[in-house]
Design a protein around this ligand. Sequence first.
Ligand SMILES: NC(=O)C1=CN([C@@H]2O[C@H](COP(=O)(O)OP(=O)(O)OC[C@H]3O[C@@H](n4cnc5c(N)ncnc54)[C@H](O)[C@@H]3O)[C@@H](O)[C@H]2O)C=CC1
Ligand SMILES: O=C(O)[C@@H]1CCC=N1
Length: 279
Amino acid sequence: MPDMTSLPPIAILGAGSMGGAILQGIIASGRDGGVTATNRTREKAAAFDGVAGVTSIALEERPDGNADALAGAKVVLVGVKPAMVPDLLREIGPSIRPGTIVVSLAAGVTIATFESILGTEVPVLRSMPNTPAVVGRAVTGLAAGSAVSDEDRALVRSVFETCGAVVDLPESQIDALSTISGSGPAYVFLLIEALTEAARGKGFTDADARLMAEQTFIGAAALLDATGEDPAELRRRVTSPKGTTERAVAVLADAGLPALFAEATDAALARARELATGA
Ligand SMILES: NC(=O)C1=CN([C@@H]2O[C@H](COP(=O)(O)OP(=O)(O)OC[C@H]3O[C@@H](n4cnc5c(N)ncnc54)[C@H](O)[C@@H]3O)[C@@H](O)[C@H]2O)C=CC1
Ligand SMILES: O=C(O)[C@@H]1CCC=N1
């Protein structure tokens, strides 16, 4: 039986692409206990106007909106860009009440940075979700700081479980997870774009090219999901010996696709380390 107990009130400070995706996942789960979302502009805030269970605040209209959002919240998600996190923490620090749990969504920013501004007694977790949270299919990495109790950790885990799967890990591994699942949806969309382009190059209309490429990714992912088979086995079933797929896969392998993914994720990891220094 799925857990249908209500979550406590949640504040999402910076409900953009990622914070907004989590907001949608929480609301769709039917377990929300009220979510207050803040954004800088009215235009961004308008995305959540009229959504049941959501109070959407535009800071340009309500400059104290972040502090107001904290007032009743048990869990506070920090969803602004990494470079903006320190200023936001300095702003909200005085409004954090005992027992409030602070959860970062930001790439690279360490728990030590949070604790250096908020104080070491405030429970802080780092999360690294991904945008499929919108459809309840996220992967979220979760690392807890030293002031986080088992109960706090279980509560935050249950928040992210409304959006998909959760991986508990030490903070030392969260940037590495980010290079796989945090950034991963972008790699998948890039591959879809490239396959669509190949289809256009073979003379198909934009509409047919999109349909072929997109439904092939969606269908293959659904097949993987439904069967639970090893992807290598599912690939083998497409790749007839001496057939056409074999030739195409050989081109991709000879071009060093696995090594390219290792290099790409190494580059993402290097950037996370730069972000940790505020760069
Ligand atoms: N986009 C993604 O797939 C993922 C993003 N993240 C992290 O999520 C964070 C946000 O990234 P995105 O959602 O992509 O950026 P975004 O630009 O879409 O969202 C940031 C939001 O913060 C709001 N904002 C700016 N200053 C604010 C303030 N002082 N108080 C409250 N709200 C404020 C803006 O209105 C904007 O809507 C980043 O730290 C990023 O590292 C983490 C995992 C995946
Ligand atoms: O690109 C970024 O920095 C964020 C973190 C993972 C996905 N988006």
